[in-house]
Write a protein that binds this ligand. Structure first.
Ligand code: ZN
Length: 151
């Protein structure tokens, strides 16, 4: 069975950025996703199209097909009062948007009463290198298709 839209795919993967492994699936705990529903970044989904169990590949994903380019304007100064006492530079915090969605941001620096934060995803602007191995492909259930993700 080949990977096409509406298939559920199990895969092992390793993500390398600047020759450093920054994320990988644990042995026996593959990533499971529903193909064709933007569950994973576009560049990786495209590379898996048509592949089958046992296929291994190396995929290089540009920022445009990964986590986006880095937006230099996505930086804001927030008030020190909005934070706990122990702000850690580099830590990720979460803000709530007006529509209720949660927006992650990273603390870049603290200057007196103001905290400089960035809203770029941590991997924005980075070229991503994936080692991927397909472990399983099956048809999605009606419920999975309804939810738009694998169970
Ligand atoms: Zn569900």
């Amino acid at each position: 069975m080949n990977i096409t839209k509406d298939k559920v795919v199990d895969l092992d993967y390793k993500l390398t950025v600047h020759n450093e492994v920054i994320d990988q699936s644990e042995p026996g705990e593959p990533l499971v996703y529903l193909h064709g529903h933007s569950n994973i970044i576009p560049g990786r989904e495209k590379a898996l199209e048509g592949k089958t169990v046992g296929d291994s590949m190396q995929v290089t994903v540009t920022p445009e097909e990964g986590y986006g380019t880095r937006d230099p304007d996505a930086i804001e100064d927030l008030s020190r009062e909005d934070f706990d006492d122990d702000i850690e530079i580099g830590s990720t915090y979460y803000a709530q948007a007006e529509d209720g969605s949660v927006i992650p941001f990273t603390v870049i620096g603290v200057d007196g009463d103001s905290v400089k934060v960035g809203f770029n995803p941590p991997l924005a602007g980075e070229t991503l290198h994936f080692d991927v191995k397909v472990l399983g492909v099956r048809d999605a259930t009606a419920e999975e298709l309804d939810h738009g993700h694998a169970h």
